[in-house]
Design a protein around this ligand. Structure first.
Ligand code: NDP
Length: 330
């Protein structure tokens, strides 16, 4: 039974030798327990933060202990009357091929109309993040302009499509021309900006958002956030969902460069953590599921094969190798 642990804390961009594969015995069950076989493992940008030895809203990973993330797993043996062998569950689980569990806190996957892997993406934490951050902070109104960075990624691609469902002009920022074509052609975005080939992002955002930006959904932080802020309207809402452009920086840029704009525009900028909204998950999953069934919402994923490729897939997120949700089929 293979387990992936953190051998050393990454400095800068994570590397494969920061991780270690260890062997442990396949667990045997006591009463009330279930045996899980990992099927799909989610790799996410926020895990980078947990690799630092600092206090955050979620505790840091410990060296030489199993890493963890959202996993879809099959129950291959059950001594718990609430779970049947052959059922699938999703939950926060260790990066192990096999593990035992009490079942507490796991979600049973009952809807067989969507692929299992969707429970790590559109019907998992990234879809929930997109929907609930827009509901709670964005409060989109028809006819407004929504700008989203990380637009071809797991969160961003769902954000943009929800913007279209709500009748907004939607502009996405992503790192390749293929990703820009994809969000426009397949997901209905009105426009896209490739931040890697655009010299003046502030100007490009102004050109693509002629009526200004009412909601900026920020997945990347840094200079793209600065440029977005130069284009916000009065009473704009800025959702600080993530800041992947600085996750690998050893020194985080300091100082609030934007407060003049915040005052002038009476804007609202608010951080968002999806786990604060657990009570809203069921209603959000229902809404996202119904949009999927009606074909109003599409999703994609970048699937890597094999348990041995989990660390590599995680690193590839920081290279923009994924379109949609990055995950590993074990
Ligand atoms: P994505 O699927 O969007 O993958 C990350 C993408 O970020 C890459 O594909 C890459 O695309 C882009 N990227 C990488 N480096 C940079 C950079 N330096 N500058 C700009 N873009 C970069 O990931 P997720 O959808 O899972 O997460 C998106 C964001 O949302 C992250 O910041 C994450 O931490 C955050 N998040 C927050 C949650 C919360 O509760 N607050 C919950 C879930 C996610 P490209 O080719 O365009 O560069």
């Amino acid at each position: 039974n293979k387990v992936i642990t953190l051998k050393e804390r990454p400095s800068g961009k994570p590397e494969e030798n920061n991780f270690e594969f260890q062997d442990e015995e396949k667990p045997s069950l006591s009463d009330g327990e279930i045996l899980l076989k990992s099927k799909y493992i989610s790799v996410d940008p926020y895990l980078r933060g947990r690799m630092r030895d600092v206090d955050s809203y979620i505790p840091p990973f410990q060296l030489n202990e199993a890493l963890s993330s959202m996993v879809v797993a099959e129950i291959i043996e059950s001594k718990n009357k609430d779970f049947q062998q052959g059922d699938y569950v999703s939950g926060m689980l260790d990066w192990k091929q096999f593990q035992k569990h009490s079942g507490k806190g796991l979600n049973k996957i009952t809807n067989k109309n969507v692929p299992l892997s969707a429970y790590l993406g559109v019907l998992g934490l990234t879809g929930l993040t997109a929907y609930l951050a827009l509901e709670n902070i964005g409060k989109l109104k028809e006819g407004e302009t929504l700008l989203v960075s990380g637009a071809a990624g797991a969160v961003g691609s769902i954000v943009g499509q929800i913007g279209k469902i709500k009748g907004c002009r939607v502009v996405g920022i992503a790192g390749t021309d293929e990703k820009i074509a994809h969000i426009k052609d397949d997901f209905g975005f009105d426009a896209g900006i490739n931040y890697k080939t655009t010299k003046d992002m502030t100007k490009a955002i102004a050109e693509n958002c002629p009526d200004g930006v009412d909601v900026y959904f920020d997945n990347v932080g840094g200079e793209i956030l600065d440029s977005a802020m130069q284009n916000i309207n009065d009473f704009a809402r800025i959702i600080n969902c993530g800041a992947i452009s600085i996750y690998n920086k050893e020194e985080v840029p300091t100082g609030m460069r934007l407060e003049g704009i915040m005052v002038k525009k009476r804007a609202l900028m608010q951080g968002f953590i999806v786990r604060d909204h657990v009570d809203e998950f069921q209603h959000a999953i229902k809404q996202l599921g119904s949009w999927l069934a009606d074909d109003k919402l599409k999703f994609d994923e970048t699937k890597r094969e094999g348990f041995e490729n989990v660390p590599k897939a995680f690193i590839e997120i920081f290279e923009g190798k994924n379109t949609g949700k990055m995950l590993v089929e074990v």
